[in-house]
Design a protein. Sequence first.
Length: 209
Amino acid sequence: MPYPDQHPLQAQAAPSHNAFDDAYGLFIGILFAAMGVSLLARGGLITGGIAGMALLGSFVTGYAPAPLVPLINIPFILFSFHAMGRTFGLKSALVSLAIGVGVSAISRSLDVSGISNAFAAIAGGTFLGMGILCLARHNASMGGTSALTLWVQRRSGINAGKVQLAFDLALFCVAAAYLPLAKILWSALGTFAMNAMLIAWHKPGRYKG
């Protein structure tokens, strides 16, 4: 059913993305997601989903977050293949590796001597949310809980951002044992910024193609 302000011709199904659309869309999604993870890491903050798991793992173990993204993602990628199909699973596996490479490249290319908690939270969360949204538009995800939330939305109609928020709350409960309260609160703001992108824009019927 078209939106009230939508012209009848606009309600018709649009052509599917071609190979260039997908490739460029995935590149932009990877770039935004990697930048978001990098900003959050520079601020000593975490977030939800696979990025949050990697960031928390980095703070706890001392390892860089870049290699932890694809490593932690392995079981979730396997779920993606089973629940979302081979194409989605393959794209998500490649995206996970590419984001790990992207985070590593950004850490070597962008020298940030200081970053405020507010900027790291808001900008990092927004970049990450936009990256996840862009990947979803091209039938892929970062893997992790992103794949689970998209699967739940397709199966039940529950908004992906709201499902993601439930997973994030559980992750933050674990993080509270390792991070100062101030970092947890700033991280919560960043996670809200990330999920706000999905709640506002990832809605069935709003986007065609």
